[in-house]
Design a protein. Sequence first.
Length: 415
Amino acid sequence: MIDAQGQRRDIHLKGSGPTPFSRGGDGKAALGPVLREYLMGEAMHALGIPTTRALAVLTTGQTVWRQDAQPGAILVRVARSHVRVGTFQLFAAADHSGQLRQLADYVIARHYPDLVNQDGRYMQLLSRVCAAQAQLVAAWMSVGFVHGVMNTDNMTLSGETIDYGPCAFMEAFDPDTVFSSIDHGGRYAWGNQPGIAQWNLARLAETLLPLLHTDSDEAVALATDVINRFPALYRREWLAVMRAKLGLQPGTDTQASEEEDLALIQDWLAALQGQGADWTLVHRHLCDVAEAAEVDASAASAASNPPGPAHQRLFHGLAAPAALNAWLPRWQARLRRNPVGQPTDWARAMRRANPVYIPRNQRVEEALAAASDRGDLAPFRVLLAVVQHPFDDVPRQVRYAQPDAQKGYRTFCGT
């Protein structure tokens, strides 16, 4: 369909029954997982991260059997398109070279129209998809999002997040965070997502080889060059999102500033490692420290001053804050070298990059259980309203910002 802005949208019914791609399953969905996808898509959209969204959730009146009997439902999903890396693999595996070219031209016309009829457009298509995925995954990482099942069928050519089956948001910082019940080896852990994205893009490149060059060796060389540039693309996007979270403005000496800021970011992660620090709240509390009187014109270290309320909130609950205490003066000194603005300006900008609210695991489970077990949608609607405004700190909503005390949280695909 064409929306009010003239943008073409695909509408997909998820959980409506068997299709040729159901792999022998019933093709149906339960209410809980469908509501989860609705909630996560809206949360990601509010966070400014490209995503498919839900137009509606429909109950079917049927019983769907998973671990137990659950009410059936259908998700009406809306996307810029549902073409994924797996779509290209399907055509490439069938050796339909003419249809593969047709598919590539369709994607170019729909998502990258400036490339239409250009020489080298298939090479440019691969480069554009790599750039879109670098930006997308960096955005995931910045908010602690763990997709959970990053296979090639869950990577869109449009650069949108798709399929929220076993996903969840990291709370206590740990690069090895995994939620999916079937990810026993940590393949899709938070810290592995950039590498998995590159692996998926390499699979896309393999399908495009016949379109890149008539000589197979030359085609492989061209594709390899694009894929090998992905880490640099990702590093640029990661630097951008983390600069925003830490309030760092680029300096005039671009190269030196990038290297210094990347080192500061890496040391920040190292200081958080093993502390049990909540990824969302520790960044939000850092906004308070940026704005507090402790960030002043002097270069005195935080360790030499009595900790104020902002520091106390930042350090609260940490296992061993010494490493973080040593990092803070370096960060404060770097803030003072920002080209423009004052601490209040920097803190205001940081709060636009650091949410108060994410879909906390415990709150999500409570809302989905109420809907599935009792037919009560009220908790879901309240939670949905909260995550649709993730940057607005509302005192009466404090329970939605609190970390989950539950350990070993696991998610399931459910469809």
